[in-house]
Design a protein around this ligand. Structure first.
Ligand SMILES: [Zn+2]
Length: 284
């Protein structure tokens, strides 16, 4: 062994090996944090007590002591690193439609061109977020409509939910990514994503309106379709005049289990979906 190799081994490699052998492994987050939570860190701010840090990160001082075993509450310094655990919230719909939120939602129009296959949205609409299930159901029905009516005016999609859900404008619901407003199909059509025309017996384009309603009725995850009495009655007449439709769909109109007529939805219908199966904190 030449002297260069000897120096390398004794001056650098051996001390490094010895050092590695005695350094305790970093405490992993699975060891520190209870199941279903993940490790985060924060720096103590100037003048903060342990209680103040705990309050800021929304845990208790006792929790902080448990997660930071060498912590001296009476000797906190500004800038000091403190570990804490936060609940891991799975993506999905949280709470109820009228009092809830949305985690990890998808956008109906991610490329921002205000359109997709068979539908348009108004440029001013920003609440185009929903669960991945809601987005796929709406896109599926819009695409199905487009297949049936290749040259028909597009579906006008209104509000879904905000990115993180919560209260949205004048809506009572639309808070948890499970609601969508869809303009009625009229003659002449509503324009570019706005609901600027109320549906009447005379202007309702029944074949198109039925195609859209039928798609949502066929989806077992559709919970309700809120619509006006006028539109519901017109659809019932339409279905009853087609023997094949009558045998399959009349029950929806008789039981009113899914179709919910009201006095609020004159320009658009409102479709609500059931809680997705993996949204454990969702309330139907
Ligand atoms: Zn609505």
């Amino acid at each position: 062994m030449n002297s260069y190799k000897r120096i390398l081994i004794f001056r650098f490699l051996l001390p490094a090996i010895v050092l590695l052998a005695f350094v305790p492994p970093a405490q992993s987050s699975t060891k520190v944090c209870p199941k279903g939570t993940k490790l985060k860190t924060t720096n103590v701010r100037r003048g903060e007590t342990l209680e103040a840090v705990a309050k800021r990160v929304q845990v208790t001082p006792e929790d902080l002591k448990k997660w930071n075993r060498r912590l001296r509450p009476d000797k906190l310094k500004a800038g000091q690193n403190i570990r804490y655990c936060v609940e891991v919230i799975q993506p999905g719909s949280i709470g109820a439609c009228h009092k809830g939120s949305l985690v990890g939602g998808r956008n109906l129009d991610p490329d921002g061109d205000h359109q997709g296959i068979g539908f348009v949205t108004a440029p001013s609409r920003k609440a185009l977020w929903a669960t991945k299930e809601t987005i796929s159901y709406v896109k599926k029905c819009a695409a199905e409509y487009r297949r049936k009516f290749p040259k028909g005016a597009p579906m006008n999609i209104g509000d879904l939910s905000k990115k993180n859900g919560g209260p949205l404008g004048n809506h009572l619901s639309h808070q948890s990514g499970r609601d969508v407003d869809i303009g009625y199909m009229t003659n002449p059509p509503q324009s570019r994503g706005y609901f600027n025309r109320n549906a009447t017996r005379d202007n309702l384009d029944l074949p198109k309106q039925w195609a859209i309603v039928q798609c949502f009725l066929d989806n077992p995850d559709t919970m309700y379709i809120f619509l006006s009495h006028t539109v519901k009655d017109a659809l019932l007449v339409y279905v009853n005049s087609h023997p094949k439709l009558k045998s399959k769909y009349s029950k929806y109109f008789r039981r009113l289990s899914i179709l919910r007529p009201d006095n609020e939805h004159h320009s658009h219908m409102h479709v609500r979906f059931k809680c997705p199966k993996d949204s454990k904190k969702c309330k139907n």
